[in-house]
Design a protein around this ligand. Sequence first.
Ligand SMILES: [Zn+2]
Length: 454
Amino acid sequence: MLRRLLKFCCFVALLQLLAVTQANAQQPGASPTPLPSSAGTAYVIKAGRLIDPESGTAAANQMISVKDGRIVEIGAKVAVPQGVEIIDLSQYSVLPGLVDAHNHLALTYKKVPENDVYYYTYVQDSTALRAIQAASNGMQMLSSGFTVVRDLGNNGMYADTALRQAIEQGWIAGPAIINSGIIIGGVGGQFYPTPEMVKEHNIVYPEYLDADTPDEIIKAVRQNVLFGAKVIKICVDCKPYPYSVEDIKLFIREAANAGGLKVAGHVQTQEGARRAIEAGIWSIEHDIALTDDLHKLMAQKGIWRVGTETPFTEYRGTQAGFDRTVGGMKSAWAHGVKMAFSTDADYYVPGMTRGQVVINFLKSWKAAGIPDKDILKIMTVNGYKVCDMYDKRGPLKAGFPADIIAVKGNPLEEIDALRTVVFVMKDGLVFKRDGVMTPEQFLHGGPVNGWRIR
Ligand SMILES: [Zn+2]
C-alpha cells in the first residue's frame, strides 16, 4: 500500500513538473521571447549604407530599431521611442553578421609545447581548460564580425556544447554556435592510436566516437544529440575502411529522426566523396578530394561545399597547395556548387586573434576570382543556410535576432572592408563600438534557461 502511495505521489510530482515546464515553453502566437540578457534593451541604429547581401545592393540612410534583442523595424524612417539610445553608424556600411561554417573553437594547437601536432593538444589540455579557451576564441570571432560559427568537433568532452549553452544563456558574449559534439567515425577516428589506447579507450578519446556497425551508428548519433549537438559530423573516409553509402544514409536518417539534424561529412578521398554525394549528405567538409566531376554531382544534388580553403601566407601553406585550392574553388564556382566560407581554424598564429586568422581566408576567395558581392553573400546568406538557420537567424529582418555589424567602406565593391569591423551587435546587445570591444552587457550572473531547453 505504502509503495503504491509513493508511486502515486511521484506521479503527481511529475505531472506538476510537466505543467510548470509547459507553462515556461513559448506560447504559440505570443510575442517572441526576449533573448537572454536582452530583455528591456532597445536601440535605434542609423545606417549610412545598409547592405543586403542577398541581392548585392545597398540603400543609403536607413534606420533599424531593435528591442529585447530582436529587430523590430527597418526603413528610411522608423519610430524612435522616447529615451531609446540612437547608435550613429551613418559613416559606415551596416550589414548582417558573418559566418564561419567550419571552425574548432575549443582546439588551439601551437608551436610550444606541442610543435603544432594536435594529437598532443588532446593529451595536455583538459576539456575544462579548452572550454575556457573556446569562450575566448568565440569573442575573438565576434570581434571580427562573425556572429555565427559552425563548430565541428575536436572539442574534448563536449566543450562545444558548454560554449553554446553559456552563450545562449547569456553568460558570455559569443557567436551563435552550431556544434557537432564528438566526431563520429570508424574505430580510431582521425587518429592512429596504439592498440593500448584503443583497448583502454583512453588518451585519444573522447575526441572521436567509434561507430563501426549500424547499431553503433544509431547509438553515436543519439549520444551526441543527448549531449547537445546541433549537427552531426562524421569521418566518411579517414581510415582504409570508409563508410558505405548505406552507412551514410543511416547517419542521415537517424540525424533527421533525432531532431531534424543535418550530417556534415569530413571527406578526404574521391571514393568517399562519391559515396557521401550518393547518400545525399548535407555538406562535404574540406576540398582536397573534390574534382570537376564531383562538383558536377554536388551541384546536381544541392550538396554544400564547405571547402576550408586555406590561403598561402607567411605562417601557413605552400604555393603549390594554394594553387590547387584556388583551382578547386574556380571549378566549384563554375559548376554552380553551393559554397560556404569556412576555415578549419584550430591553430595559433602569434600576433593574430582567431578572428583575424579567419578573415584572412578572404585571400583564397579573391584569388579564385569570385566577385566581391558574391563573396559577401557566401559569407552571410550561404552561411545561414548551411547552418540550417536561415529562417530563424542571420538576415536583417523584423522579428529576427539583431546580429548586426558595421565596417568602413563598401564590402560589395571591396571585400577587404570586412577586415575592419568597427561595430558588432549580437542578440541586440552592443559587443563592439568604435572598434573597441564593450562586452559589459553580456557579463552577469544569469539568467539560466530551464534544463529542458538547453
Ligand atoms: Zn575541421
